[in-house]
Design a protein around this ligand. Structure first.
Ligand SMILES: [Zn+2]
Length: 225
């Protein structure tokens, strides 16, 4: 089983760096259509956690909760009745990518609480992507603990649902950070290390496959196998 990672679903502005992290909305819809047509199952976190799936399955994850998820991905997923997990950097809700807008040369808007609440009502799952999107292994442990624990509490308070999943910003973690995530009550955590779910060393170091904007459909398909 493959966990797919998306970032922006949209057209990158001219000045943006890392344009490959933008997947064209039409290409995204073709990817979803292809998997649906080929009989892939789109998993929910509960199914992943219970191990209730076969090889021909995917879990869709969206890092950073960009507004373009709401504009371009959510309508497609809703139409096909497909679940997904969105990882939210809590202090950036309703703002923009405060952590890397200077490097990327673009301010990417992040969804509002109202939009995120609507997603929850529609059955989408929300995970924590910390408070401020730091490199967790490089900040003092007490600060890392706050990023991990407080983001969960705030999301649960605002949304009224349990938050069971976590995603390491920049894929950065070490054993101490991983253990903090487990102790905070999360039941699964996602890295940026490449590989299938079954290749992951444990449930707090789940491997994923990043989908890039320049992946043509055949390449996308091979990545899902
Ligand atoms: Zn991120």
């Amino acid at each position: 089983m493959k966990v797919l990672t998306y970032h922006s679903i949209g057209i990158p502005p001219k000045e943006a760096r890392l344009k490959t992290l933008y997947v064209n909305p039409k290409a995204f819809e073709r990817q979803i259509w292809l998997l649906k047509t080929l009989g892939f199952r789109f998993l929910r976190l509960s199914e992943v956690l219970s191990g209730n799936f076969s090889g021909k399955s995917v879990l869709l994850t969206f890092d950073d909760a960009y507004s373009d998820f709401f504009e371009n991905a959510y309508p497609v997923l809703k139409r096909y009745n497909i679940p997904a997990v969105v990882f939210v950097p809590v202090m950036c809700v309703g703002k923009f990518n405060l952590w890397d807008w200077k490097e990327l040369r673009v301010k990417k808007p992040i969804m509002s609480w109202d939009q995120i609440k609507m997603l929850v009502e529609e059955g989408f799952e929300i995970g924590s992507h910390t408070l401020t999107h730091p490199f967790l292994s490089r900040i003092p442990p007490e600060q890392a603990a706050r990023e991990i624990e407080d983001s969960k509490k705030i999301l649960e308070d605002k949304l009224g649902v349990e938050v069971v999943s976590f995603c390491y910003p920049y894929g950065d973690y070490n054993n101490m950070v991983r253990d903090m995530v487990a102790r905070a009550g999360y039941r699964i955590a996602f890295t940026t290390k490449k590989g299938s779910f079954e290749d992951s060393p444990n449930i707090y170091e789940v491997r994923r496959i990043t989908i890039f904007g320049n992946d043509l459909l055949p390449k996308f398909f091979l990545k899902c196998l």
